[in-house]
Every structure is written in C-alpha cells, then in structure tokens.
Design a protein around this ligand. Structure first.
Ligand SMILES: C[S@@+](CC[C@H](N)C(=O)[O-])C[C@H]1O[C@@H](n2cnc3c(N)ncnc32)[C@H](O)[C@@H]1O
Length: 258
C-alpha cells in the first residue's frame, strides 16, 4: 500500500522534499488552530510524519508534539533531527488507519499529500474515524493535498534535483506513462531516487506504488460517511493570509473540526 523501500531512504527523501518553509507552514497550522479550534490545548500530532519537520518545529514553539509513521527508518531519522534541534517529540510507529495516542491531540495534520497512500474509501473512512477518536472535542484535522487540477499527468515526468552537504538526490515522482485505473481512481506512480554521496557508488531506488488523489466532494462525502467531524473549510495553500481554494491555487487544504 505504501512505498516502504522508497521511504527507507529517509535522508534522501528529506533532501528531495525538504525545500519548504516549515516555519511558514507551522504559522498556518497555528492560525488554523487559533481560528477554528474550540480547545485551548496545544497538543499536536503529525501523521505520516516522515522526517517530522512540522512536529519538530511546533515542539520548539512549546507544543506537546508527536509524530507517527509506518517507516522505522523515517522515525529513526526524525529522532536524530529532533535531537540535533533540541526538540522533544514523541515518535510512534503505527498505521494511520488505526492508532491510539496516550492523550488526545487538539491539532492533527497529514501533510504533503500523504493521504494519497490510502487508496480505498474504506481505508479513508477508517482513518477519519481513528483520527477523530484521537482528537479532543473541538480539535482539528488539517489535510494538505495536491490541487485536483494536478491529479492527471501532463506530458512531462515530474523530475528535479536537490543537494544538501555531501548528498545529491535526483527525484522522479510520477511519469507520464504511469497507469491509471478509472474505476478505483488509483495511479501506479513511478518513483525513483538517484542518490550520490561523497565516497560511495551512486544508488538508484525505483518503484511503482498505488496512490489516489481526491476531489473536494469525495473528501466531504467520506468525512460525512465517517460521522466523525462536524465542520469543514477549504483553503488553497499553507500560507498566511491563506489563498482561496480556486483554479490558480497551488494546493487543496482541508480543515475538519471534530
Ligand atoms: C510523502 S511522505 C510525507 C512525509 C511528511 N509528512 C512531509 O511533509 O514531508 C509520506 C509518509 O507517509 C508514510 N506512510 C505511508 N502510509 C502510511 C500509513 N498507512 N500510516 C502511517 N504512515 C504512512 C510513509 O512512510 C512516509 O513517511
């Protein structure tokens, strides 16, 4: 279901996908909480956290923060990043379709399209029920998804290169020939990391894994089916002030309140 071998390369993933302003994105998350949450508690959970950059940033701002992921390699890497940053974060190895926190959160987030790893309606409904069970009443669930206008491939492979310190990574995420199933709405997404590190032979990690991207009305219907949330808002990016969710927006941000 997920892409374990791909995500086992935690540092390479972090370099490839780390060109984001985590402070700005956390400003947006805190704005969501101030604007929509009905609880004063500052308890954050980052789902499918990968390197856990948002959990680490909010822990440094005084939140009680946790990060959850399926990948032990990601959690180990995230733990190292947190220690180097002097941040205290609780790390949880679990499946985001079924997990239990020691204490419920007031803000849960699932970012960078990670919901696309859940590819069936049943999985998403189970996931939303689980998230709600782990939220305080009045708490929020924030989802960052691809803008639906980018769900279908254009003529180009999605390819870029990033470098940090002694490591350079070429990343391919999505190829124009990737198969799409019109009934299940699943893409078999080609992903490839080409990793060059000083003093080591080049490594290539390539896979095809199912992803499903969602439209707003599907998410609304699945949230309704879960019976787990009472209100929903959409925005077009994790920026302040938040852009409207319109044709020229970059992302689809859904905020659900329990
Ligand atoms: C695209 S990465 C996102 C990482 C991070 N949220 C970010 O913003 O960079 C997706 C992550 O989801 C994790 N993942 C995939 N399926 C999962 C599941 N069912 N439960 C928990 N984590 C999952 C992967 O191990 C990977 O770390």
């Amino acid at each position: 279901m997920s892409s374990p071998e791909f995500y086992a390369n935690a540092r390479a993933y972090d370099i490839a996908f780390g060109d984001r302003d985590f402070d700005d994105e956390c400003n947006f998350l805190e704005w969501c909480w101030r604007t929509y949450a009905l609880t004063p508690e500052r308890r954050f959970l980052e789902l499918a956290c990968g390197p856990g950059r948002h959990a680490i940033t909010l822990a440094k701002r005084g939140w009680r923060a946790s990060g959850l992921d399926l990948s032990p390699e990601m959690l180990e890497y995230a733990g190292d990043v947190a220690s180097a940053a002097g941040a205290h974060v609780r790390w949880l190895a679990a499946d985001m379709r079924d997990f239990s926190l020691d204490a419920p959160a007031s803000l849960i987030a699932c970012l960078m399209e990670s919901l696309s790893h859940l590819v069936t309606n049943d999985d998403v409904v189970a996931h939303l029920k689980t998230v709600s069970r782990n939220l305080l009443p009045g708490g929020l669930y924030v989802l960052e998804m691809a803008h639906p206008s980018t769900i279908w491939r254009d003529g180009l492979p999605n390819l870029w290169t990033r470098r940090d310190g002694d490591m350079e990574v070429d990343i391919l995420f999505g190829h124009q020939d990737d198969p799409y199933d019109w009934v299940t709405q699943q893409w078999q997404v080609t992903s490839r990391l080409t990793i060059r590190q000083a003093g080591q032979p080049e490594r290539v990690v390539a896979h095809q894994h199912p992803h499903r991207w969602y439209m707003a009305q599907e998410l609304n219907a699945l949230a309704d089916l879960s019976g787990a949330f009472s209100a929903a808002w959409y925005w077009g990016d994790m920026l302040l002030p938040p852009p409207a969710f319109e044709s020229d927006a970059e992302r689809m941000i859904l905020i659900l309140r329990k």
